[in-house]
Design a protein around this ligand. Structure first.
Ligand code: ATP
Length: 251
């Protein structure tokens, strides 16, 4: 049985330096299980860096990350077993087809035969079943995103970490992915995602963290963070948007 008291993800004092750049600054986040959680922020805010540390893809300068109670430093294997990850930085076996990649991943993870039915469902929902012979190397950006999502879900992880899941995804596929994520959360899974699509975050996420300069500006239930405006308006207000001066040379 899943322990509903243990946070799905707990980030404490997370700090990431890249030379002189302080990308994440002593960040704390606690994400309860069964949560649809959004991280938003302007370009360069630190979202990808936070999610990368959350998935154990980079060892942070300081701080700890626990996934379903397992510390990524001291119980890495147990923590990673709970995670499904979709981020652009992951490399794929380029000379395989979608089914072959999924079979390869199922083998690496030692999954039982149930993976085949799940793979079939995922490929159908994501529209990748229409190109069964296409190699990954021939995939478009959006198709790569979709196969990464299928790989992230194949082993039925407890926590799904998605960096910009809708970037380069067409609107029809985006709707399918949104429905899959909703089902996943309804079934008790936790989604943590970064996005610039405020409508999506407002529609689906129960809690949101607005980050800038590697720090959390505000965090809480989406309606509370939006504080009577749309999330988009509140975001602009929090992050600060200077008026754009007139560019005479455009005339
Ligand atoms: N590998 C790296 N080496 C050096 N600096 C990095 C590296 N990765 C990120 N940074 C810097 O860290 C800061 C945070 O970057 P990050 O990619 O996490 O932001 P982001 O919020 O995901 O931005 P975006 O919305 O544009 O994707 C930026 O100043 C960026 O230049």
């Amino acid at each position: 049985m899943r322990n509903s008291c243990v946070p799905a993800v707990e980030v404490a004092g997370l700090t990431q330096r890249f030379g002189t750049v302080l990308a994440v600054d002593r960040l704390n986040l606690t994400i309860p299980p069964g949560m649809f959680y959004g991280i938003v922020g302007p370009n360069g805010a630190g979202k990808t860096t936070i999610l990368t540390a959350m998935c154990g893809l980079r060892r942070p300068t300081a701080g700890t990350v626990r996934v379903a109670g397992h510390d990524l430093r001291t119980a890495r294997e147990a923590a990673l077993a709970q995670l499904g990850v979709m981020t652009d930085g992951l490399s794929l076996p380029e000379r395989l087809t979608a089914v072959e990649v999924l079979r390869y991943s199922a083998g690496l993870r030692g999954l039982d035969g149930g993976w085949r039915a799940r793979a079939g469902d995922l490929l159908e929902i994501l529209g990748l079943d229409a190109v069964p012979r296409t190699l990954i190397v021939e995939y478009s950006t959006g198709m790569r995103k979709k196969i990464n999502l299928a790989l992230a879900l194949l082993h039925r992880p407890r926590v799904l970490v998605l960096d910009e899941p809708f970037e380069a995804i067409d609107p029809v596929s985006a709707r399918s992915i949104e429905q899959v994520l909703k089902q996943y959360v309804e079934a008790g899974g936790t989604v943590v995602l970064s996005s610039h699509i405020m409508d999506f975050v407002e529609r689906n996420c129960r809690r949101v963290a607005v980050v800038a300069g590697g720090r959390v500006l505000v965090e809480g239930p989406v309606e509370q963070v939006a504080a009577g405006s749309t999330l988009n308006e509140r975001f602009v207000e929090l992050v600060g948007a200077d008026p754009v001066r007139t560019l005479e040379w455009l005339a």
